[in-house]
Design a protein. Structure first.
Length: 298
């Protein structure tokens, strides 16, 4: 059917592509090559407009565009054809679809702009305001679409930033927790060992006999080497932990700056999202207003 309309535009035979000849006596078009004939009614504007409307309702955009172009080649000011071209460019099947915000998310606005500009330029004065409103409606729709995209992108960026923020907080808090996990048991063990050593030595000096004290003191003398080694080990551990704490606080300071920076970005994104939502709602309201104004003008 799309091929048929295209061939009519060229006044050629839809069957063989040959040029059609006017038969005035029979009041028809005929093809001298294959003998197919078409009466004048086939080329009437109402008939082509009806077929164009059928193509539009079925979503046959190319065929509908061909039919409307054919009508505009005969009458550049044809209101229905100019409107039809806009609907085809927007992939909308009826004027009522102009109020469907979901359809705006898949529109090729460059094509729609071209068609609305053509309609404003070529229409007669009676319909000029109508197409100006349509042009404004699609301009608002493009702004609405851009605002929605901005909101979606900001949402995605906020999700990523939140994940990064949580990771940085875990990175900042993990070393001190690990050091406490190791340091606290070691500190309790050292305290227990030292208290036990000194209590036992004090008890021996006070209550036991001279012979027992001499045995104990010799035993303690043997233990002193282990005690020295133990203190050396504790000292090394303290040095390592101290160094780790110094490094930790350095890293923590840098990480805190990163955390603050991410939190500022999240605040900014929150503002962008709110601004985008407010802008989209304003465009949505204006689209509805324009749609009802357009319905009154038609």
């Amino acid at each position: 059917m799309a091929e048929t309309v295209s061939n009519i535009k060229k006044h050629s035979c839809p069957s063989c592509g040959g040029p059609l000849r006017v038969n005035l006596d029979g009041q028809m078009y005929e093809c001298p090559f294959c003998g197919v004939t078409y009466d004048y009614e086939y080329f009437r504007e109402d008939d082509v407009l009806s077929r164009a409307s059928q193509f539009l309702q079925r979503g046959e955009w190319t065929a509908a565009a061909d039919a409307y172009d054919f009508l505009l080649s005969k009458d550049p000011h044809n209101f229905e054809a100019l409107l039809g071209k806009i609907l085809v460019a927007a992939h909308m099947k009826r004027q009522e679809d102009m109020s469907n915000l979901e359809l705006f998310r898949s529109i090729n606005f460059a094509k729609v702009k071209k068609c609305t500009a053509q309609a404003v330029r070529d229409t007669d004065s009676a319909h000029k305001e109508y197409f100006e409103k349509v042009q404004e409606l699609f301009a608002c729709a493009e702004e609405y679409d851009a605002r929605k995209d901005t909101v979606e992108q900001s949402h995605q960026r906020r999700v990523i930033k939140n994940r990064k923020l949580n990771a940085k907080k875990e990175e900042r808090d993990m070393p001190i927790g690990l050091m406490l996990l190791i340091g606290i048991p070691l500190a309790f063990f050292a305290l227990y060992f030292l208290l036990g050593y000194f209590i036992e030595k004090s008890s021996a000096e006070k209550y036991y006999s001279t012979m027992y004290q001499s045995i104990y003191i010799k035993k303690v003398g043997d233990t002193d080497i282990m005690l020295v080694l133990f203190f050396v080990l504790i000292t090394l551990l303290i040095v390592v932990v101290t160094y780790g704490l110094i490094q930790y606080f350095r890293v923590k300071k840098a990480t805190n700056k990163e955390v603050e920076s991410i939190e500022e970005e999240l605040d900014s994104l929150g503002g962008d999202i709110k601004s985008g939502i407010d802008g989209a709602e304003a465009m949505q309201k204006r689209i509805r207003e324009l749609y009802y104004e357009i319905r009154k003008l038609k």
